[in-house]
Design a protein around this ligand. Structure first.
Ligand SMILES: Cc1cc2nc3c(=O)[nH]c(=O)nc-3n(C[C@H](O)[C@H](O)[C@H](O)COP(=O)(O)O)c2cc1C
Length: 130
């Protein structure tokens, strides 16, 4: 059974290098664990979509929740899925455009096609904020 989590968290003073380190660890570990997904960081908050075998995703959520580099992990959505929406992304960094005017267009281009409409809306809402 595949499960998918969408959560947000807070990391107001995290240096950029730490985001790079998180992505490097993700690339390493996620491939081995069959986890795929995407990560957005707006300088203060993370939003992450994780998908994979239910046990693997639940275990990773525990690890991530305990990670002291962020706080306030809040799950926005959790569902069982039949097909991965990000099959090719061990952990894709989705960039948030500087210009607010470009954000929606950029996301529409970068977010995967198979995302549920509600999930897509939550991601876009997060990214256009601030
Ligand atoms: C916002 C955020 C997202 C993370 N995402 C992942 C992830 O997708 N995969 C992963 O293995 N670790 C992720 N981590 C890091 C884990 O909390 C943990 O540090 C890491 O899995 C330890 O890996 P290591 O034992 O290989 O050093 C994330 C951490 C944060 C703060």
């Amino acid at each position: 059974m595949l499960s998918q989590y969408l959560y947000i968290s807070t990391a107001p003073t995290l240096p950029c290098e730490e985001v790079e380190a998180i992505l490097a660890a993700s690339a390493r570990n996620n491939t081995a664990r069959g986890i795929t997904g995407l990560l957005l960081f707006n300088g203060r908050n993370f939003l992450q979509l994780l998908e994979g075998e239910a046990d693997e995703v639940a275990g990773l959520m525990e690890t991530i929740t305990a990670d002291p580099r962020h706080a306030g992990v809040s799950v926005l959505d959790r569902r069982m899925i039949e097909v991965r929406t990000c099959p090719d992304w061990a952990m894709k960094r989705v960039m948030i455009a500087e210009s607010i005017a470009n954000r929606r267009d950029m996301l529409e281009r970068d977010l995967p096609e198979g995302l549920d409409r509600e999930v897509r809306k939550m991601i876009v809402n997060f990214a256009v904020l601030n």
